[in-house]
Design a protein around this ligand. Structure first.
Ligand SMILES: Cc1cc2nc3c(=O)[nH]c(=O)nc-3n(C[C@H](O)[C@H](O)[C@H](O)COP(=O)(O)O)c2cc1C
Length: 168
């Protein structure tokens, strides 16, 4: 698929078929994550690919909407503030690095005809507990389901380009 077509194709999918995700597709998606840029190349993220039904149910329960449970795979993208580059002011860039890697994930998934949906509306501590992550290390930043869409996205609504960009 052409790059610009992939960008248009990627939409948030909120209902999934139980068809399994092919291993080869997942491998290619994770290679796309590996290609993501990070500040000072620190790569302060880790993607937990949750397929096990018991663990998946546990992780899905940190989010209020039941549709997440329909996905055959749930992915948790976690960051570690201590592994990341810090700005002069001291704040860690870990979540920005992880967000970029996550967007590589969802765009590569779109190329594979797999649906995703960024999810941040959850308590990070609860997601960490669902994955048995010890305190002070990986901190779940975002979740996404991964699978084949069982329903289309909501209609596309965006600001005009003149509102989101200004040429000076
Ligand atoms: C950082 C971030 C957090 C998001 N969190 C949620 C969420 O918790 N639940 C949800 O249903 N969608 C979430 N979304 C998806 C947005 O609602 C969606 O991207 C937006 O409405 C545009 O629709 P589209 O992705 O289909 O183009 C999130 C998206 C981003 C980028």
């Amino acid at each position: 698929m052409e790059f610009y077509d992939v960008l248009k194709k990627r939409r948030s999918i909120r209902l999934y078929k139980d068809t399994p995700v092919p291993d080869e597709a997942l491998e290619r998606i994770l290679e796309a994550v590996q290609n993501a840029p990070t500040a000072c190349n620190r790569q302060p993220f880790k993607f937990f690919i949750v397929k096990d039904p018991v663990r998946r149910e546990k992780l899905a329960s940190v989010y209020k909407e039941d549709w997440l449970k329909t996905a055959p795979v749930i992915v948790a993208a976690a960051s570690d503030v201590n592994k990341a580059w810090r700005r002069r002011e001291g704040d860690s860039i870990a979540d920005a690095d992880t967000a970029i890697a996550m967007e590589h994930f969802v765009l590569a998934a779109a190329e594979e005809n797999l649906g995703t949906c960024w999810i941040c509306a959850f308590e990070r501590a609860k997601a960490n507990a669902a994955l048995d992550l010890p305190e002070g290390s990986w901190n779940v930043f975002a979740l996404t389901p991964l699978g084949y869409a069982a329903a289309g996205p909501v209609p596309f609504v965006r600001k005009e380009i003149g509102e989101i960009a200004e040429i000076l």
